[in-house]
Design a protein around this ligand. Structure first.
Ligand SMILES: [Zn+2]
Length: 190
């Protein structure tokens, strides 16, 4: 039996639609840029690292991130947060930061056998392979963070593929971390 008191009469439907439209905040243009940058670089990042793709939530924050970070991945590594501080930067910088953070997100499984300093170095190499035009600015930024530039130089000289092979081997051997002696075989450790 059809009810004559259906809530979806025209005036009711119309006010529901208007209410919905009023409650959806317009998307923050910085969030849109950050999400676009991440979406554009993700396929290259997972191709270079040979893993993924992993879906990843991209967010922005007005808060100051810890230390001098401008972007960060969460502990569970499925969330990338961009600090508002990089909003004025050109698209190239945003793409570089997106590629760097997504490299961290993708370094899971056997990639977790990398010591932290090397993970940073590999993330830099991956980001600059994806966005080579950011090299000059990125390298000068790396030089002001202790050990970062050296880690990047080591990873760049060794090559992502060689580090990849060691990570697979360490993981297959049940090791939590790639032994230093193996890394020393790739070049002088920083
Ligand atoms: Zn990093």
């Amino acid at each position: 039996m059809a009810s004559s008191a259906s809530p979806w009469t025209w005036p009711g439907a119309l006010s529901a639609l208007v209410l919905f439209a009023c409650c959806v905040a317009p998307q923050d243009p910085f969030l849109v840029r950050a999400q676009q940058a991440a979406a554009d670089v993700a396929p290259r990042v997972h191709a270079i690292l040979g893993v993924g793709p992993f879906s990843c939530e991209i967010t922005i924050t007005d808060e100051q991130l810890p230390g001098s970070m401008v972007a960060a991945t969460s502990i569970d590594r499925c969330l990338v947060t961009f600090g508002r501080a990089i909003e004025p930067h050109p698209e190239e910088a945003l793409y570089y930061f997106a590629a760097h953070e997504l490299a961290h997100v993708h370094m899971r499984g056997y990639w977790e056998t990398l010591p932290n300093w090397l993970e940073e170095g590999v993330a830099e190499v991956v980001a600059l392979e994806v966005v080579p035009t950011a090299r000059e600015d990125a390298e000068s930024q790396m030089r002001v963070c202790e050990g970062r530039y050296e880690a990047y130089l080591f990873a760049r000289a060794a090559g992502v593929d060689a580090v990849h092979q060691l990570a697979v081997r360490a993981h297959a051997d049940g090791l939590a971390e790639i032994p230093e002696a193996w890394l020393a075989g790739l070049g002088a450790l920083p």
